[in-house]
Design a protein around this ligand. Structure first.
Ligand code: NAD
Length: 282
């Protein structure tokens, strides 16, 4: 099956980036959300992101207008009736996503593929909420979507070869690099990255070194572009904790236990850049 039209559910951080990536690659996109202000913010973010490309002379003003004209918006999942591929990027919440998947199944045309950008929810479980489990897949984009190359493509237990092949082709068509991953807590990137950050928090609380020293060590010793604690502040301390909880719950293995300091920082509201304070002050 060839994918020609795209639907996106959720116009937030990830949703508007996904809409932009497909629109830049020439696909008509319909982006939905539950509230008009969210759609307005999403479109504004795309506009500013494209404007930066125009300023850097990587895109002409005319091309920017064409890209923007490819993105339509709607407040109802019914607006996605024509989409061949729908990427769900709504808030990370299991009951919410199960409800969206059941309703998307009813709204989408027969044969349409429904993908989720979830970071932690089982694709198999989301697929089971629909009557087309073979046409459900995980498409895990990375933030910021327009610049990050990777998309983890997650096969649920029920995902068909056909679905995988069509989504892999669409991923490449938007200039991204797909990596095939089994449905498993944290997939690949978060499974490896978040325990490393968690260990940095343990090291900090044990007094091994200061945040700056820990980050410098990993930058200079491992060539990481950013240290683990600065990265945690960027991701959000609460998001990091949520991923560790998913890994801990999913594997029931103590090696994934969240560092107590991580829990305490979330209790204190020190969530990183978004609250002005995390391991560093902003
Ligand atoms: P966000 O909070 O920025 O955006 C979520 C959007 O979903 C909001 O605009 C909200 O109004 C909308 N929404 C809520 N309920 C909805 C519904 N019923 N129908 C339509 N829209 C609805 O969140 P985000 O950071 O963009 O995350 C979206 C998804 O992407 C999550 O599953 C998250 O785990 C995943 N993800 C996030 C990142 C990241 O770095 N932020 C990276 C990879 C994956």
């Amino acid at each position: 099956m060839e994918i020609r039209t795209i639907g996106v559910v959720g116009a937030g951080t990830m949703g508007n980036g996904i809409a932009q990536a497909f629109a830049v690659a020439g696909y008509p996109v319909v982006m939905t959300d539950v509230a008009q202000p969210a759609l307005d913010r999403g479109l504004k973010t795309v506009d500013s992101s494209l404007e930066r490309l125009v300023k850097k002379e990587k895109m002409t003003a005319a091309d920017k207008a064409t890209v923007l004209s490819r993105i339509r918006t709607g407040l109802d999942l019914g607006a996605l009736a024509e989409a061949d591929l729908i990427v769900e990027a709504a808030t990370e919440n299991l009951p919410l996503k199960l409800d969206i998947f059941a309703r998307l199944d009813a709204a989408a045309k027969p044969g349409a593929i429904i993908a989720s950008n979830t970071s932690s929810i089982s694709i198999t479980k989301l697929a089971a909420a629909t009557k087309r489990p073979d046409r459900v897949i995980g498409m895990h984009f990375f933030n910021p979507v327009p610049v990050m190359a990777l998309v983890e493509l997650i096969r649920g237990l029920q995902t068909s070869e056909d679905t995988y092949a069509a989504v892999e082709a669409a991923t490449k068509a938007v200039g991204k690099s797909p990596v095939q991953v089994k449905n498993s807590p944290g997939f690949v990137v978060n499974r490896l990255l978040c325990p490393m950050i968690n260990e940095a928090v343990f090291a900090l609380s044990e007094g091994l070194a200061t945040p700056q020293q820990i980050d410098d060590a990993m930058r200079l010793g491992c060539n990481h572009p950013i240290g683990p604690l600065a990265l945690c502040d960027l991701i959000g301390v609460d998001v990091q904790l949520a991923v560790m909880q998913v890994l801990f719950e999913g594997f029931k293995d103590s090696k994934y236990r969240p560092a107590p300091l991580l829990v305490e920082m979330v209790e204190a509201g020190y969530l990183g850049r978004k609250t002005g304070r995390g391991f560093y002050t902003y």
